[in-house]
Design a protein around this ligand. Structure first.
Ligand code: OAD
Length: 233
């Protein structure tokens, strides 16, 4: 029998228990850094070294972090479901936990690319994961983080929409749903599809799609989700 399609949209909150800061809220990264400085193309043109430094630090933090049950429980669900993870996160904790199908909407922290050609990309080795002004791609252009910054096109969006439209069950974990087009993916969930939202804080559901709120941190929320999905669906 064909497995049901379980599509999961994750955000920074799923990696919080791994020690990676979320973006918004009192301890969020955007309280310490200006988005305009480090996550826009204008910021990159103004001060590329500052941007590179920001992402060099994020990579070093990521290398000290490990997935937890929030990530791993989604892998356990692959025994029963065709699980597809759409993540806004640039970390690789879903892959390191063992998820088979991960789509990164906002790029990947460990990857860099030519400033001039987005198809000229490669993964940095863990033991040499910094880039600086003057480090160039094979086309001679400056290397930049392979991150989708605010104001840039989201190349993986259409593929993500296809997954969402096919979902039999949809799950949202650890995202404030503040950033579009990622938050807009909920709009594409078919009518009648059960939608679970796991978050310790209240999150506004922009399209009224959520059917079950699980108000707790990701590790505990995914545990409850696994229990629910092994019984009822
Ligand atoms: P936010 O920081 O906006 O939201 C994080 C969400 O995680 C909030 O709803 C928190 O309540 C929740 N949260 C906190 N701790 C949690 C835990 N232990 N378990 C589960 N949830 C928890 O992060 P995102 O919604 O991911 O984009 O932000 C979206 C995008 O904005 C990011 O991809 C990034 C950012 O600017 C770029 O940099 C391009």
């Amino acid at each position: 029998m064909q497995k049901k399609k379980l599509v999961v949209l994750t955000g920074a909150g799923i990696s919080a228990e791994s020690g990676l800061a979320v973006f918004r809220g009192s301890n969020g990264l955007w309280g310490k850094y200006r988005v305009d400085d480090v996550a826009t193309i204008e910021g990159w043109y103004r001060n590329p070294e500052l941007v590179l430094q920001f992402y060099n630090e994020r990579r070093k933090e990521l290398l000290k972090s490990y997935p937890h049950y929030g990530h791993e429980g989604l892998v356990d669900l692959e025994d029963v479901y065709d699980v597809r993870v759409i993540t806004q996160n640039v970390d690789d904790l879903h892959e390191r936990a063992g998820s088979s199908n991960v789509l990164h909407l906002h790029g990947r922290l460990m990857w860099v690319r030519s400033e001039k050609n987005e198809n000229l990309r490669f993964e940095l080795p863990a033991d040499n994961c910094e880039i600086h002004v003057g480090d160039i791609a094979s086309d001679g252009a400056q290397l930049r983080p392979d991150i989708v910054w605010f104001g840039e096109a989201v190349p993986m969006l259409d593929a993500a929409i296809d997954w969402v439209e096919e979902a039999d069950i949809f799950v949202v974990i650890g995202t404030s749903l503040n950033v579009y087009p990622a938050a807009g993916l909920l709009h594409y969930v078919k009518r009648g599809v059960p939608v679970f939202l796991i978050d310790p804080n209240p999150v506004k559901d922009p399209y009224g799609k959520v059917t079950t709120y699980i108000n707790c941190v990701a590790s505990e929320g995914v545990k409850q989700l696994v229990e629910l999905l092994s019984k009822e669906y």
